[in-house]
Every structure is written in C-alpha cells, then in structure tokens.
Write a protein that binds this ligand. Structure first.
Ligand SMILES: [Zn+2]
Length: 99
C-alpha cells in the first residue's frame, strides 16, 4: 500500500491524518526566515507559541504607545486620506480625459 494513503482500519492513523491536515502557523523564524509550520490555533493564523493563544492587547491600551503611528485612529486617518487622494486622482483623470 502507498505510504500517503489513509488506512481506515487503524483509527489512530485516521486521527493522525486529520491532525496533519490542520492549518499551519504563518509566523516566520527569526534566524532563517522560514515558516514555523506548527499547527495553528483554531480560527487563528498562528500557533500558540506565536501568539495564537493570546487575545491581544485590550482596546485602548497605551502601555506600549510611543509614536502613535499604529493606533486605530492613526490607521483610520491614513485610510481616509488615501481614499481622498484616490478620489482626487479619479477626478483629475476625468478632467484630463475630457480635455
Ligand atoms: Zn508558530
């Protein structure tokens, strides 16, 4: 029998096959940049070691605030500015196409 075929008569092999099909961690190792490859926590992209078990910082937490560049408000402001620039570029394109 080929090695990668599931042997249904052996229950633990079926469980092992299911475990091996679990989504993998997307984190990268610091020393060589390769993928972690550990099973990811359910409904998360990363394994328990790389933060999958953590719910994250509470909303509004300012314990590690330094520049404010990555706060939700700063990100929302940048998103709004980008949308405005995109609309202005579309307007410029419309004006240029009519001239
Ligand atoms: Zn990981």
């Amino acid at each position: 029998m080929p090695k990668n075929k599931i042997q249904h008569r052996v229950p633990w092999k079926l469980g092992l096959f299911a475990a091996n099909q679990a989504p993998r961690c997307h984190a990268r190792r610091k020393y060589d940049g390769s993928r972690c490859q550990a099973p990811a926590v359910t409904n998360k992209r990363v394994c328990r070691i790389h933060g999958g078990a953590s719910p994250g910082a509470p909303k509004g937490n300012q314990n590690a605030l330094t520049t404010g560049l990555h706060t939700a408000k700063a990100k929302a402001d940048r998103r709004a500015a980008k949308a405005t620039i995109r609309q202005m570029n579309e307007l410029v394109g419309l004006i240029n196409s009519t001239i």
